[in-house]
Design a protein around this ligand. Structure first.
Ligand SMILES: [Zn+2]
Ligand SMILES: [Zn+2]
Length: 222
């Protein structure tokens, strides 16, 4: 059984990895927002990660993963996404809920169980939200970009819902209800710079998304 401290460290590595994947500079304030904890707690844990050479801090206070930290984070994300697929495909847990359960379970997986799980699931290439599983062939098309970069009247296909959006159960539930799921096709009926919103239509339902959320959803033109 892992001690609480090492689980916390793993959660920090995953948070830094996910924030970096969004292209955001990772600073203490962003981490404390993401992990919902106080700046002093973040400071204490980041100091531990620094001591263990899992992160380094740039002159502008940006927190970066070292090669060792990156490898560790990647292996954690691989476990997280495999567990999500297992919960979704095998146990039938809802698409919008698997992330939070996987987040608890992933820390307890031994390398053997991870290997067997990947084999059982026939080596999936992504999590149920479309984000690639490290170590597999990346099937994300090169032309994928954020939904906010498309224009009115564009027809698009959703490729992935960014990991950072998985933290919000309500948002994922809404996306599921509106069929904003990997593989689905939508028409962009409106894009308004004044309100910074984009409207997607799929069959008879439509959904309005602010640019900051839309930017974390990857799509291609079709
Ligand atoms: Zn997730
Ligand atoms: Zn996922």
């Amino acid at each position: 059984m892992k001690e609480r401290g090492s689980i916390v460290a793993e959660e920090y590595l995953q948070a830094i990895y996910s924030l970096q994947a969004c292209g955001e500079p990772v600073k203490s304030i962003a981490l404390s927002k993401w992990l919902k904890c106080s700046p002093s707690t973040v400071h204490a844990t980041v100091s531990r990660l620094l001591r263990d050479k899992l992160v380094r801090i740039k002159k502008n206070k940006e927190i970066c993963l070292t090669d060792q930290g990156f490898q560790k984070a990647e292996s954690l994300m691989r476990r997280h996404r495999l567990v999500e697929q297992f919960l979704y495909r095998t146990l039938g847990i809802s698409w919008h809920e698997v992330h939070q359960h996987a987040h608890v379970m992933e820390h307890g997986l031994t390398p053997l169980v991870e290997e067997k799980l990947a084999e059982f699931l026939e080596f999936p290439s992504s999590c149920p939200h479309g984000t690639p599983i490290p170590g597999n062939k990346n099937l994300i098309p090169k032309e994928t970009k954020g939904l906010n970069e498309f224009q009115s009247d564009d027809r698009i296909q959703i490729i992935f819902i960014g990991e950072s959006l998985e933290e919000s159960l309500d948002l994922l539930k809404l996306l599921q209800e509106k069929s904003v799921l990997p593989g689905t096709h939508h028409l962009i009926t409106e894009k308004t710079d004044i309100t910074k919103t984009i409207v997607l239509q799929h069959e008879n339902s439509s959904v309005t998304l602010p640019y900051d959320i839309a930017g974390k959803i990857g799509a291609i033109k079709c």
